[in-house]
Design a protein around this ligand. Structure first.
Ligand code: ARG
Length: 574
């Protein structure tokens, strides 16, 4: 917001030849590395060629024009240094304006993406396997991106592309018929299927014929064999029950659960399209599309036995999303290990003449592991996401019991804190980095954690209650910027003013991390302000208290919205 104010001050000072609108300018402004340089600066190097002057000369001219115009009221000062135009905001007015704006619910939202429909492929676990810790990332990065795209004006469709088709079902069916334990399957269907998978892989090493049987079983499934289909349906239904239990805890919903099997009757069409375009080639009896010219290995379309495979289902899926969901952009929030797969899929689409494939984007992320032996409740080789959530919640409860024993509803808050800690522990990293998740660290109330942000938020809520903020507001006290004269207050206000720009940056980089880091900066800036002097005390002037509390309330608004955008709850007490 300060950027927009700065842009509105600078724009009239530039000559028309510079061809600058306020909006373009706002995008060029920077926060100077040192406070002495001012609050906002504009690098003037880009104008140098166009206006045939040195950057420093231009900065000097712009500064003079501002100081003669907008700067006359003494609320903003312009100066020039090293080719940069620097603005320093002195007046109380800006503070009132920014804090006032930051109190509103829709603060930070924008319409940048208006008219654009974005399909986000996220979570997309495989049926009959548990949700592992690895699925946390796709689910929560995808969920945060969906929220971020929505508040920047996009229309978002969240799709769970369930892995509900493929040779693995052949394996499962064979394993079930050989070693299936009906009782275990009733009680613990997913854990039991995992055991069956593990057993299948062990036994098939000794008895390779099992692989053939599995292929046959899947072929039977593809041909619609009734009994096989019934078994498959059972695994799908049971898996969905388990998935929903975890999604509910994570607070994640989807608009569509169209998994791979949904596209079964569209595959033939795609294969025909590939054939008609002359792209389909034989390779050892299998069908492939060659991609040598792109330096990519061939994309496998059909196996030797004619059964379908992952890439062709994704090709059919993309076409459906474009043609039927009318997607303007498709994001695939999927681990980096599938980069080649998506390159191949997008390349084949392009070769088919679907140039819109350029609006499909793989949003890769690094591997997540869980350190600390105690946490690795390994069953098979998977760390169950649910176990991680349980342990985080238990730890959160222990901390809350100690810190706030009299808090009502402790277990509800512990759930919000524990789950929030896990989500923030993921999103605070650049998504491309691998994360070794440390549960104890993530649940800590200090440091760069979700609970730290939640705690700052809850503390502000309690401060506002204590200071009777709502009553003061009711009495008509407006935000008086003059009261917020300290450096700490100004730094906090400036941080709040960046919210909209941060949300836009998170979207353009597809990085929830940008928002996560920003929220830590907000909490730190506020805590510095909070610790710099008492706000509510005996004999304090109501007008003064009201303005300081307004800054606290504005911070609460940004923290709460920011946490919620990341998919994290913001309890009022903890
Ligand atoms: N089910 C796949 C897996 O767990 C992820 C699917 C991602 N989405 C897609 N359209 N391929 O590895």
């Amino acid at each position: 917001m300060l950027m927009n104010i700065a842009a509105s001050i600078i724009a009239p000072a530039l000559p028309a030849e510079a061809g600058m609108t306020e909006e373009k300018l706002a995008g060029m402004l920077e926060v100077p590395p040192q406070k002495e340089m001012g609050d906002i600066s504009l690098p003037c190097f880009v104008f140098s060629k166009l206006l045939r002057q040195s950057p420093q000369k231009l900065a000097d001219q712009f500064a003079a024009a501002i100081n003669e115009g907008a700067g006359q009221d003494g609320e903003v000062r312009a100066s020039a240094l090293g080719g940069y135009l620097n603005l320093t905001f002195d007046g109380a007015r800006w503070k009132s304006v920014i804090v006032g704006a930051a109190l509103a619910y829709g603060y930070g939202h924008s319409q940048a993406g208006q008219g654009k429909r974005v399909v986000i492929d996220m979570s997309s676990p495989n049926i009959a396997k548990p949700l592992g810790i690895g699925h946390l990332r796709s689910t929560m990065i995808g969920n945060a991106l969906a929220n971020l795209y929505a508040v920047t004006g996009h229309e978002v469709i969240k799709v769970n592309h369930l892995g509900d088709w493929g040779t693995q079902f052949g394996k499962l069916i064979v394993a079930y018929r050989r070693w299936g334990d009906t009782a275990a399957l009733q009680n613990e269907p997913i854990a039991e299927s995992l055991r069956l998978y593990v057993r299948f892989h062990e036994e098939s090493e000794r008895e390779p014929i099992l692989e053939d049987e599995a292929r046959e079983a899947f072929a039977l499934l593809e041909r619609g064999d009734e009994e096989t289909h019934k078994l498959w349906r059972f695994f799908v239904d049971e898996s969905m029950k388990e998935f929903h239990r975890v999604y509910d805890r994570l607070g994640v919903t989807f608009d569509h659960y169209t998994g791979e099997s949904f596209y079964n009757d569209r595959i033939d069409g795609v294969v025909r399209e590939l054939e008609n375009s002359g792209l389909l080639e034989d390779s050892d009896g299998a069908k492939v599309v060659r991609l040598e010219e792109l330096n990519l290995p061939p994309c496998l379309i059909l196996k030797k036995d004619g059964s379908t495979i992952y890439p062709v289902r994704d090709i059919a899926t993309a076409i459906y999303r474009k043609n039927e969901l009318k997607a303007d952009e498709i994001l695939y929030v999927v681990g980096a290990e599938q980069s080649l797969h998506f390159q191949q899929v997008f390349a084949v689409l392009n070769k088919l003449g679907h140039t819109w494939a350029n609006t499909c984007r793989h949003i890769p992320f690094g591997l997540m592991t869980v350190g600390g032996k105690k946490m690795s409740t390994r069953r098979g080789k998977v760390v169950f996401l649910e176990d991680v959530l349980n342990e985080a919640t238990e730890r959160a409860l222990a901390i809350i019991e100690e810190k706030s024993p009299s808090l009502p509803d402790k277990s509800r808050i512990a759930e919000a804190v524990g789950v929030g800690a896990v989500i923030f522990g993921d999103l605070k990293h650049h998504r491309q980095l691998s994360v070794d998740f440390n549960i104890e660290e993530a649940v800590s109330f200090d440091g760069e954690t979700g609970p730290y942000l939640q705690y700052t938020h809850a503390r502000i809520c309690s401060l506002l209650r204590k200071g009777n903020y709502e009553d003061l507001r009711g009495q008509g006290h407006l935000v008086d910027g003059a009261v917020l004269a300290s450096n700490e207050a100004w730094e906090c206000i400036k941080t709040l003013s960046r919210f909209e720009a941060v949300l836009k940056e998170a979207v353009s980089d597809n990085e929830p991390f940008v928002l996560a880091k920003y929220l830590l900066a907000v909490a730190k800036a506020f805590n510095r302000f909070y610790n710099s002097g008492k706000i509510v005390y005996e004999g304090a002037e109501p007008a003064e208290v009201a303005s300081k509390l307004a800054l606290a309330a504005a911070t609460r608004n940004v923290l709460k919205q920011g946490l919620n955008l990341l998919g994290i709850a913001a309890p009022q007490e903890m």
